[in-house]
Design a protein around this ligand. Structure first.
Ligand code: 4AD
Ligand code: MG
Length: 445
């Protein structure tokens, strides 16, 4: 075991000699003194070096640049002059582990000084080229703590509700949503596809009698979209459960799940999110507001004069999605909106339809962006087969249709985009919210 002390715990070691390690956040050099701010994942601390007293440590620091990695052994001291929490480390020994070249990106705007002009922040695409350097900022590192807590709270919620976690294949023999937008890959002497969602296997789990399952895993979409919320590979939080009466049971589960997630986030990180990202975390009241697509278009026209061509009204346009946030704030003082009654031509073949052919599902919009599509599924083999045929998919999904021939409970579920959740929670774009973004033009790093 290393005897390294995390910087966040340094306060518990006042007066003691400690070993700390991290990145050099800043260095300020004056004639007699060297002030180094050291950063690790838990926090930052000032290292105060008197050069004459510690010539060896001073020599070691010669030429050390920002973002270099060093090991410092020294005594933790209280000093009310130190801005960073009134604590400093007086080093006895410094070892340089790795020297950083001058950084190829500016993670943040560097304000002008008397000697130097201001440096503009690099664009997000340039920053992604060097994402590991960009990820060293406090905000980016915090983002992953928040995402971890959010997903964990939701996972915990489902475990308490007796869901089990499954892991389904991502290499599959057929397109899992529709023929479009699927990545084809070489699979020995034939072709395979990258899963566009765990949809078929979630449903296989229902046919297997598992009753309540979820999965958090990669989802692939061959979409040539260049928007602030589309990526070709994202993390899906998907679930499916049996013996529902209607898709309203699915919506109910989802609102409780999100409420549990946001409660945890507000509790643990609410203040810090507001401080760092300027956005309050709101725990949503339940039930969430629900509106049919047709009524929503009528309301948007009434409130905002928004009109679309009749041919577009079977689905939500991006602009209607955005405006729906204004609408739901105004009428319900809420951030979430369930939209129901889409046109069957715009929905997946596996959604159950009512006697009028209306898909029994919904989209959930948070802060004006779709985060989920959910539905009751068609579990009756003959009807499902007919719906697949109608969309020209019957051949492709032959293996999937078999799942419904030997007994299958009524069931439903949804897919929630984790990257979109993080992005909306912190007010970011998807490129900023992902560990590393994947898009039509981006396979590296
Ligand atoms: O709406 P989607 O395509 O629905 C399905 O995958 C269904 N199998 C879900 C179901 O159980 N009925 O995808 C689900 C969610 C979206 O609502 C969105 O949050 C996210 O996945 N998503 C994307 N996120 C980032 N980039 C993309 N290109 C995304 N496509 C979908
Ligand atoms: Mg959708």
């Amino acid at each position: 075991m290393s005897d390294r002390i995390p910087l966040g715990e340094i306060r518990n070691h006042i007066g003691k000699r400690v070993k700390v390690q991290g990145f050099v956040d800043t260095i300020r050099d004056s004639r007699a003194m060297l002030f180094i701010v050291l950063k690790d994942i838990t926090g930052k601390v000032q290292i105060t070096l008197e050069k004459e007293q510690k010539p060896e440590a001073a020599a070691a620091m010669e030429g050390v640049t920002g973002d270099s990695v060093i090991t410092v052994s020294g005594v933790v001291a209280e000093n009310s002059y130190v801005k960073m929490g009134g604590i400093e480390i007086l080093p006895e020994e410094i070892r340089v582990e790795s020297i950083a070249d001058p950084l190829p990106i500016a993670r943040k705007e560097i304000p002008a000084t008397k000697k130097k002009k201001a440096v503009e922040r690099s664009g997000i695409d340039q920053r992604i080229d060097y994402r590991w350097i960009d990820l060293r900022t406090d905000e980016n590192q915090f983002m992953f703590q928040v995402q971890t807590a959010f997903v964990n709270a939701m996972r915990q919620y489902l475990l308490n509700e007796n869901f089990v976690e499954i892991h389904t294949p991502k290499l599959i023999g057929a397109a899992s949503e529709s023929g479009a937008d699927v990545f084809e890959v070489k699979y020995f002497d034939r072709n395979a596809y990258l899963a566009q969602s765990p949809q078929f296997y979630k449903q296989m789990a229902m046919a297997a009698g598992l009753e309540r399952i979820f999965e958090v895993g990669p989802v692939f979409r061959a979409e040539k979209s260049f928007t602030s919320r589309h990526t070709t590979e994202f993390t899906g939080f998907d679930l499916e459960f049996s013996y529902i009466d209607s898709f309203h049971d699915v919506m109910k589960l989802e609102e409780n799940l999100l409420k549990a997630g946001l409660e945890c986030i507000q509790d643990k990180y609410g203040e810090q999110i507001e401080e760092m990202f300027g956005i309050p975390v709101r725990v949503p009241g339940t039930p969430f507001p629900v509106i049919s697509l047709k009524t929503l278009y009528e309301e948007l026209e009434k409130d905002f004069g928004y009109t679309v061509d009749e041919s577009e009204k079977g689905d939500l346009t991006t602009e209607a999605e955005r405006l729906s946030f204004e609408w739901v704030k105004k009428h319900y003082d809420h951030e979430f909106l369930f939209v129901t009654d889409f046109d069957a031509s715009k929905r997946a073949f596996y959604h159950m339809r009512d006697e009028n052919g209306v898909p029994q599902g919904y989209d959930l919009i948070w802060r004006g962006v779709e985060i989920t599509t959910g539905a009751q599924r068609e579990h009756r083999h003959e009807i499902l087969k007919r719906q697949a045929e109608e969309k020209g998919l019957a051949e492709d999904v032959k293996f999937y249709l078999e799942f419904f021939k030997y007994g299958c409970p009524p069931h439903g579920g949804f897919g929630l985009g984790v990257d979109r959740l993080t992005m909306l929670l912190l007010g970011l774009t998807i490129k900023e919210a992902m560990f590393i973004f994947r898009g039509p033009g981006r396979l590296n790093p």
